[in-house]
Ligand binder design. Sequence first.
Ligand code: ATP
Length: 333
Amino acid sequence: MGRMIELLELTKRYGPATAVDRLSFEVRPGAVTGFLGPNGAGKSTTMRMLLGLHRPTSGQALINGRRYDRIRRPLHEVGAVLDADAAHPGRSAFTHLACLARGNGIGKARVSAVLQQVGLESAAHQRVGGFSLGMRQRLGIAGALLGDPAVVLLDEPVNGLDAAGIRWIRSTLRSLAAEGRTVLLSSHLMSEMAVTVDRVLIIGRGRLLEDTSVDEMRQRFEQDVLVRTPRPADLTAVLARLGATVGTTGDGALIAVGVDAAAIGDAAAAAGIPIHALTPRSATLEDVYLQMTSSTTTYRAAAPSSALSPTDSAPASASVSASASASASEENH
Ligand SMILES: Nc1ncnc2c1ncn2[C@@H]1O[C@H](COP(=O)(O)OP(=O)(O)OP(=O)(O)O)[C@@H](O)[C@H]1O
């Protein structure tokens, strides 16, 4: 078995509501995979089932072929960052990690190593309560990496981070993938993912909408060409003969689909029609993503993604100890 994440018909119902609906996919090693979907699509619920924090209604969520609760030394197989605020504010970064490490048979040298890896060595002995969001996010990642796991899961890791923080997360995740790890991160924003991930899994209302690469997604979009000419009616007729579909913009330009800019220019020249502008356009990844998910978006009262209902308010963090206590305090029914 490869070291990876595997979902088999994973389903989670909360009463009549289905948060995750027969979701099946694999996340492969050596790449950064984005787990995308609008608010409420079921991303957090899926991640929590992978980490044994929620019990599936049916189906399976497997890491390296096993359920989380069957993994002997979880911190050595999967590192997770679900919540940047998981560490006790009164503790230092070092103490926080040292406690996690001790519970998992990991030595202090490794604590120092991960603090250095995330660039927190100079803040190692400061209280976590005084950390910025960016520093707390780094600390979360340090905790996730303590056991040198082959699988790394992050829920909305760039939420609220500044540009430097986002860049840091990006390069960190890319190098983890380059080391052969399986890296899965969730987000509701395509724009954040486009430059970070290799593959995308897009869900809406708990169901899988797309499992594809970012490159493939970029190519998929129907491209069109914006054309300006003083003789739009004549050019429209010419382009229609080429098999293009031609529309117009509000300001009189033509939008041609199904024919490329060179063909339009050649046809116009042959017909003696002047061209004032010829602009190939392609949809952005964000456009595509919004198109894919628009029909599934559910509107609901605005709530921060971490504001879960009381039954699910257990703290979640990189730590196995926190995970274990959260598991214990979970079950809804
Ligand atoms: N404990 C719960 N009880 C009832 N419904 C829940 C519970 N937890 C989640 N849900 C519902 O399940 C659906 C999926 O929620 P989830 O938090 O997994 O979505 P998400 O994709 O992570 O969204 P966001 O981007 O807002 O974090 C939502 O409709 C949510 O209201």
